[in-house]
Design a protein around this ligand. Structure first.
Ligand code: ADP
Ligand code: MG
Length: 211
């Protein structure tokens, strides 16, 4: 049916699990890769597209996504580690950022006011990541707060009310606690990860970087 690719027999061991996010283009779910919890990003087949074109586009986006993620880690911008690419089933297996990671969109929407001191820290983190990324000629192509994740720094003894999902209040509580405890300063809030590189490209043009 799909003569271009051969299915990797090792992949049959992996079982599908909990859906993290579902969009028009594909879905993200938790799975098991050789005994390790991971994220699977799967792209759907588009029946309204000519199959050859759909396959070409999907392959191009998957390749671009993986390439950019690997390039980014080299220039010091955090992004989930890519574990495995399954072109046949249109899946990328990558590092799961964990139940305490939140999208910046969710974090910012959960704040009562954008006057909060965490906002300035976040803006600085975004600016530093973008500078590194653009200095290495990587253009994200879909820069939104849904494609940025905050992995908060939690004190050792921090207990989550719901271990499967951290709340914005808990992140702020941890932030206050970190600040009063030590001089961690830049790491008081947490670390920023960039995700979703399907529309990214390599470009040195200033106009591309500005979008
Ligand atoms: N590695 C990851 N760890 C934890 N959550 C993730 C990870 N990758 C994606 N997500 C979650 O899934 C959502 C969608 O992922 P994304 O790569 O942006 O796909 P889409 O192309 O559907 O926007 C993200 O906004 C985030 O909430
Ligand atoms: Mg996205």
């Amino acid at each position: 049916e799909n003569p271009g690719f051969k299915a990797n027999p090792m992949l049959s061991k992996i079982q599908q699990d909990q859906i993290v996010s579902q969009g028009a283009e594909g879905r993200i779910y938790l799975s098991d890769l050789w005994g390790h919890l991971c994220i699977v990003k799967e792209r759907f087949k588009k029946t309204y597209r000519v199959p050859e074109l759909d396959e070409k586009l999907t392959k191009q986006r998957m390749t671009q996504e993986v390439k950019s993620m690997q390039r980014l880690s080299k220039c010091g911008v955090q992004t989930p580690t890519v574990y495995l690419v399954d072109e046949y089933d249109r899946k990328i297996y990558m590092e799961y950022l964990g139940p305490t990671a939140v999208t910046l969109k969710d974090f910012l929407c959960g704040l009562n006011s954008l006057d909060h001191p965490s906002v300035e820290i976040i803006i600085t983190m975004i600016a530093k990541s973008l500078a590194k990324m653009h200095n290495n000629d990587i253009v994200h192509g879909d820069l939104t707060t849904s494609n940025m994740m905050l992995l908060p720094t939690l004190p050792m003894d921090f207990k989550l009310a719901n271990p499967h999902r951290i709340s914005v209040d808990e992140i702020l509580q941890a932030f206050t606690q970190n600040k009063s405890n030590s001089a961690l300063d830049s790491k008081c809030l947490g670390e920023l990860f960039l995700i979703d590189f399907g529309l990214s490209k390599v470009s040195s043009k200033v106009e591309d970087k500005g979008v």
